[in-house]
Every structure is written in C-alpha cells, then in structure tokens.
Ligand binder design. Sequence first.
Ligand SMILES: NC(=O)C1=CN([C@@H]2O[C@H](COP(=O)(O)OP(=O)(O)OC[C@H]3O[C@@H](n4cnc5c(N)ncnc54)[C@H](O)[C@@H]3O)[C@@H](O)[C@H]2O)C=CC1
Ligand SMILES: O=C(O)CCC(=O)C(=O)O
Length: 448
Amino acid sequence: MDEKLQPVRDAVLKRNPGEKEFIQAVDEVLESLGPVVSRRPELLDASVIERICEPERQIIFRVPWVDDAGKVQINRGFRVEFNSALGPYKGGLRFHPSVYLGIIKFLGFEQIFKNSLTGMPIGGGKGGSDFSPAGRSDEEVMRFCQSFMTELYRHIGEYTDVPAGDIGVGGREIGYLFGQYKRITNRYESGVLTGKGLSWGGSLVRTEATGYGTVMFVQDMLASRNDTLDGKTVSVSGSGNVAIYATELAQRFGANVVTASDSSGYVHDPKGIDLELLKQIKDVERGRINDYVERRGGSAKFIPSGKGSVWEVSADVALPCATQNELHGKDAKALLSNGVVAVAEGANMPTTAEATRLFQNADVLFAPGKAANAGGVATSALEMQQNASRDSWGFDYTYDRLREIMRGIHDNCAASAEDYGLPGNYVAGANISGFMKVADAMLAQGVI
Ligand SMILES: NC(=O)C1=CN([C@@H]2O[C@H](COP(=O)(O)OP(=O)(O)OC[C@H]3O[C@@H](n4cnc5c(N)ncnc54)[C@H](O)[C@@H]3O)[C@@H](O)[C@H]2O)C=CC1
Ligand SMILES: O=C(O)CCC(=O)C(=O)O
C-alpha cells in the first residue's frame, strides 16, 4: 500500500476492531488508490478517503417477532447508510445468521463504488439481520419482515435510502417489507424499495440482472482477447438468484455450466446443469442441492462440504456467485492448474486477496464484484426511474439498457486501469473509476 495511505488504513483498523471483512474491503480499495493520491494530493488534504471509510450513519435495532410455536424470538437489525454523495443510499438487505456489523459495513462500502460505476445517481448503503429464513414458514418470515420494517421505515424513503434484496431476501421478503411500509406510512411510495413484484412496481429484468450482468461483463473481457463464451466450460458456485441467472445467460451464449452449490456442498453435472430442475428445487421448493442429483440421475454427482471444493472442477471460466471469501488461494491454484482463463465475481468479495493476486499474476481476466455484479443495482435504479415516471418498460428495452450499462462499466474500468499504467487490471480500474466520481462529488459538496 502507498505510504501516504497507510495512516488512513491504520485509523480504519483502530476505529473498527474485529470487523475483518470491512477491513479487507477497505484494504482492497486503498491498494488501488496510491497512484490517484499522487496525481490528486488535494484529496488527502480534504481527508476524502478517511471520510469515505466512515459511514454517514449506522443504525442497529432490535427485531422481536413471534414464531409458529408462540415463542418470542429476538434478532438484530442493521442499516448502514454509508455515502450519499451521488444520490440516496442504495443497497440490499441480507438475512443470514452470519450477519453482524462488519459484514454490513463491508457490503455498504463496496456498494459506494459499485453504484458509482453504474453511472446512476445512487449512493451506497446496506442492511440486514442475523435472522435466517431457512426452515421458517412463510408466516414466520412475514412476521419477522413486519417487525424489521416497523423500525426501518423511519430511516428510508425514495429520496433518502432505498433497500432491495441480497442473500436471504428475495421477492417474498420484499413483498412483506413493502406491505408493512405502506401500512405504517399510509403512502404508496413505489420507489422506497426495489426488487418488487411485476404487478406492483417492479421492473422486468431486475430478477435476472445481477447474474446476467456478470456474464455480460465476462463477454466483454473475453472480447478484449478476441474470445467468446461459446463452447467454454463454466463453473458456478451458489444456487440462489445470482447463480441461477448467471447460469441461464452463460448457457444461452453457448457455454456448458457444470456446477452449482449451496452451503451443504456442490453438484458436478458434466452434461450441463438442468436449469429448470435447479430452479424448481431452489426457487420453488427451497430445497437442498443434493435433491438435484437424486432427481437428475446420470453422471451428476453431489460432493458434500468438507469433502471437496467446487473450484476443483476443471473450467475455462469461474463465476463465484454464493458469498464472501468462498474462493481461497488453494482454489485459485486448482483453477489455474486446470487452465482457467476468466474469473468474474457474481457475489460480493467472494475471492480472497491471495486468490485475486494469483489470478492477476497468471494474467487471467479477473472481474471484481463491484464491477461484475453491478447489473443488479443498476437495474434497481432503472426500477426507480420507472416508478418515478409511473411507467413500465418492456423486457427487451430494459435488457438493452442493462447491456449498455455493463459495457460502459467494463470500458470505464479498462480505461481507468490503462490511464493509471495498469492495463488489464480490472480491480484497480474499478476502484479508481468508482472512487473518483464519489470523491469529486464530495469535494464539491464541502466538508459534510
Ligand atoms: N441479489 C442481487 O441482486 C445481488 C447479489 N449480490 C451478491 O451475490 C451473492 C449471492 O446473492 P443472492 O444470489 O442474491 O442470494 P440468494 O440468497 O439468492 O443465494 C445465496 C446463495 O449462496 C449460497 N450461500 C450462502 N452462504 C453460503 C455459504 N456460507 N457457503 C456456501 N454457499 C452459501 C446459498 O446457499 C445460495 O445458493 C451475495 O454475495 C450477494 O451479496 C451482488 C449483487 C446483487
Ligand atoms: O439492487 C440493489 O439495490 C442492491 C443490490 C445489492 O445489494 C448489491 O449490489 O450487492
């Protein structure tokens, strides 16, 4: 790290003890900003980087709810409103037992730069809870969401903070959250949440957008080397929203996607993932990934967690789409020894710093999540545009807008990397390009 940035890093570490994912995300951005502060020393004088690393507001609250057995359960709710230089705070809600402040802060921090890269007027934020929807009835999930929104509603709004989904928060949860917001405020404020159902203010393509956008980014990276996805073997981790739609578009572009996973293990299906079956098990039945192998038969295999890693499967392209720090140095070595040519992060920070370095040193095309998975939040901003104009766009038009946005993100990352003497380094390009726009807005808006 540039020595001028070391004091900033030390202060962040001191102020946020125990928040290792947040520190990891800050480190990754600061590693890229050395050449920027050499060229723009006024950013240091105005403490812009220190300010970006400190959330504007952090809200932590109790979420009491009653389970089906009549017992009162208590969870903890979070919303971190990180940076509003470019627009209202925007970012998803994660419901997962691993959630604590450090996870929400890492995600909110990433969101600042990601949202800037989309070119849309949205700031960065994130929220969630340590509540686990897995194994809970629809009624329990509804009571939890209603209680969560009973506190959150006072902090959010179309012009203030616009949450959406993330791990454990899909269409069902957004519906319950929206219903409770409407009931408490007595306002049909469509733009307060995104990821809504299509008949009540949602946007076509939002469901597909994150996974589709990741694959579009891969297409653009491969095109820079006169290559395509056609005929490539692709390994995908996860089997949630991002993984499913990354698989769908990769298949449409002629790739053979051979894996899917969840926290219980992974499946390897050399003939290619049967996406209708995967969607039925994961989206409709909310089942486990080994059900896939039982119903698919043939050469599909299930490998339980602890008995192997999805990244041991030979693939030309790897798409980590499950969760943070799921692809380690040893996984990167396995992928490299099998000849991987491109890796794109559908999830947020799924690749450890060590694994990222291994890919970059081997000249593998590597797309960081804040660029590659920005299609989801970009399409959320398109949903907000439709809500604000009381309009509803068609699928093809919205898809084309997403395609154009993803190409713009790819080209900006490539151009910034080139401009700072790091051609082909999409990590540096994304961090620099995302940062510069926010930093200039903060300078223009004074010391706030
Ligand atoms: N949904 C969206 O629009 C966006 C999501 N992301 C990121 O993509 C990733 C996946 O999110 P979604 O697909 O929306 O969530 P989801 O809840 O639909 O699916 C999450 C998937 O990850 C797996 N998973 C979660 N924790 C795991 C663990 N500890 N070990 C192994 N597998 C695990 C789950 O089994 C599931 O298959 C997350 O990192 C999220 O932050 C990023 C941008 C937008
Ligand atoms: O659509 C959104 O607002 C949020 C998406 C999200 O949480 C993410 O980009 O990680």
